[in-house]
Design a binder for this molecule. Sequence first.
Ligand code: PLP
Length: 453
Amino acid sequence: MNELDTETLRRYDSEYLWHPFTQMSEWENAENIIITRGEGSYIIDSDGNRYLDGVAAIWTNVHGHCRQEINEAVKEQVDRLEHSTLLGLSNDRAALLAKRLIDIAPPGLAKVFYSDNGSTAVEIAVKMAFQYQQQVGNTQKQKFIRFDNAYHGDTVGSMSVGGIAIYHEVYAPLLFPTIKAPSPYCYRCALSPEGDCHSCGLLCLQELERLMKEHAHELAGLVIEPSVQGAGGMIVQPPGFVKGVRELCDRYDVLMIADEVAVGFGRTGAMFACGKEGVTPDIMAISKGISAGYLPLAATLTTRKVYDAFWGAYSELKTFFHGHTFTGNPIACAAALASLELFEKDRLLEQLPEKIEYIQDRLQRLMELSHVGDVRQEGMIAGIELVRDRHSRDPYPWEERVGVRVCLEARKHGLFLRPLGNVIVVFPPLSISLDELAILMDGIEASIRSVTE
Ligand code: PLP
């Protein structure tokens, strides 16, 4: 391959590339890193500098970068079949992966509908729930409950069920109306300002019940990121919340849509976050970790009950009229199958408790820093919320971009991090070693100190 020097690559990048979620006036004037290689927990730039990947290639990487076994599976598949279609045909990898996904999914999920990214997996879930209600005769049930601080993607449907104003407000006229429930955000709880999730009796769940009771007649579904609201700031839900949501959905005949795009595939310490509270959602969206960060792949899983509502003669027009060109791409499915084999071969989930405990210890230490307001953790996910004033919980003004500054500082320590506002995110590949975790947490601590003290 023709290797280009860093200067040329930077020039091409700033001249021709438009980056996601990026103010390009800042980007074009910065000395940007161009990644050319990956190795285990590290990404390597065009000058050979190594960065510990603290955000796992935007929350996707599971077994490390360029893991030999997945590389081989992808190469083999490219030589056998690169793509066909699931419209009028099937392919062996897609069929086998569907079976493997159902084997590991929460019990009761029975069918797999593929797509290519998390937003679309959620969009499909919403359409599926809507059409289900129409086809079982609940024609009034057309609305969805969404949570404040939720993030489910960038397509119009997935934005409609999201709750992050800064991303979604400009598109408000395009979005369909929904019913907004409060975020289960203990540190900044809108319902119980003391922020004590242990003694409040889950006020957020009580408020959710009030909303569900009032709107049950018109509710098709509820969309939730189980266990952790990711892009909202790694907001960890109080224990029992997911189970409580399941119970309310059952009570008010509302389909529960679990968006496990970020938390699925071992991230919370269990294969799926719903499983931690013994919950089976009616519909579950997965992506990111599904192919271990290798290729765009997503899936929307559902139960036999939902699937059966689409069953009928073609003339009844109950078909799920949805599908994408690259649905069930065999190379992506081969990567996903190889990843699932590695979960077993490496006994990956069994390796996690020690790492989770280590992160927990280090987070406790961070609470001693004067501008760390809150630390939150669920398995291999953590959020460190920086505040201007610990006692009042007064946040840094967003314009000061303290999170961004900490992450830029972290580069001096050989880390790549990406913040969520003033929340520093810890989301490394699950395969990270304890030594590498120590480097990550040392670098984060030093960077927070240097920027905030
Ligand atoms: N849902 C959740 C919970 C996510 O965290 C994300 C992305 O971060 C999405 C959906 C959207 O996924 P994608 O960026 O692949 O469209």
